[in-house]
Design a protein around this ligand. Structure first.
Ligand code: 13P
Length: 251
C-alpha cells in the first residue's frame, strides 16, 4: 500500500510571518488527519520557521530545491547537509520552473537525487511534458527520458523514499487540469520506466503524485485513480482553508 502524499509547493510566496499565520489556521484543520501524509514546501527564508512550527505535528516541511554538493563557493545555493542540519525532511528536485528559469538539467537532477538519498531526505523528482511535446505525441518519450536520466546510477536499495511528481507544464498555474485518464496513462509510463531501472518491487512502492491546477473541486476525482498516489499543489496550497479542503477531500 502506498500512503498518499499531499504536498503544497509555495513557490516564491509567503514571508515567515505569512507562513506562520497560515500554519496557525491550517494545523488545527488537519490535526487529526491520518489518511494522507502532508508536506509543505516554503521558500528558503521561511523554511526554518515552518520546520520549527510544524515540529511534532503531522505536517512535514521541505525545500523547493538544493545543490548536490555539501559545501563550496556557490553563491545563493543551499546544500543537502545544510537542509538536514535544520531537520528538513523533504526536497523538491527538478521542478519545471527550476528547469525553465534556473536551467536545471536532467544531469543536475540526477546528482541532486543521489545527494538527497545520501542524506536521508525524501526526494520528490518532478517530471512533465510541455504542451508542444504532448501535441507531437512525445509525452511518453519525454517522461521516459526524464525518469531514466534522473535514476541513472541510482540503486533500488536506498531509494525506498523516492517520490515522483508528474507535472505536465501545460497544466501548471493554467487552471486546465489534466484529466484523470491522461494522468493515469502518464503515471503508468513513469512506473514502467522505474520498474525497468529499479525493478518491479521498487516501482510498485514508489509514490507518483500529480501536480497541475489541483483544486478542492478536482482532488477527489484525481485521487480516485489507483495510479495517483497524491498531489503536488501550487496556487491552491497558499490558502489554509483551501489546502485543508484538498488534504481532507472526501474519498
Ligand atoms: P498549480 O497548482 O498552481 O498549477 O502549480 C502546480 C505546481 O507547480 C506544483 O509544484
Amino acid at each position: 500500500m502506498r500512503k498518499p502524499l499531499i504536498a503544497g509547493n509555495w513557490k516564491m510566496y509567503k514571508t515567515p510571518k505569512e507562513s506562520l499565520a497560515f500554519l496557525e489556521r491550517f494545523l488545527p484543520l488537519v490535526a487529526t488527519h491520518t489518511r494522507d501524509e502532508i508536506a509543505l514546501f516554503p521558500t528558503m527564508s521561511s523554511l526554518g520557521y515552518v520546520i520549527e512550527a510544524t515540529h511534532g505535528t503531522n505536517v512535514s516541511a521541505g525545500a523547493q530545491t538544493m545543490h548536490w554538493l555539501n559545501e563550496g563557493p556557490y553563491t545563493g545555493q543551499t546544500s543537502p547537509t545544510m537542509l538536514a542540519s535544520i531537520h528538513c525532511t523533504h526536497v523538491l528536485l527538478g521542478h519545471s520552473e527550476r528547469r525553465i528559469y534556473a536551467n536545471e538539467t536532467d544531469e543536475m537532477v540526477n546528482l541532486k537525487l543521489k545527494a538527497a538519498i545520501g542524506h536521508g531526505l525524501v526526494p520528490i523528482v518532478c517530471v512533465g511534458e510541455t504542451l508542444e511535446k504532448r501535441q507531437s505525441n512525445l509525452t511518453e518519450a519525454v517522461l521516459r527520458w526524464q525518469i531514466a536520466n534522473a535514476l541513472n546510477g541510482v540503486e533500488a536499495e536506498g531509494s525506498e523514499a523516492l517520490v515522483i511528481a508528474y507535472e505536465p507544464i501545460w497544466a501548471i498555474g493554467t487552471g486546465s487540469t489534466a484529466t484523470p485518464t491522461q494522468v493515469s496513462e502518464a503515471h503508468r509510463i513513469i512506473r514502467r520506466e522505474i520498474a525497468e531501472r529499479l525493478g518491479q518491487e521498487r516501482a510498485n512502492q514508489t509514490r507518483i503524485l500529480y501536480g497541475g491546477s489541483v483544486k478542492p473541486e478536482n482532488t477527489a476525482m484525481l485521487m480516485a485513480q489507483p495510479e495517483i498516489d497524491g498531489a503536488l499543489v501550487g496556487g491552491a496550497s497558499l490558502d489554509p482553508d483551501t489546502f485543508a479542503r484538498i488534504v481532507c477531500y472526501a474519498s
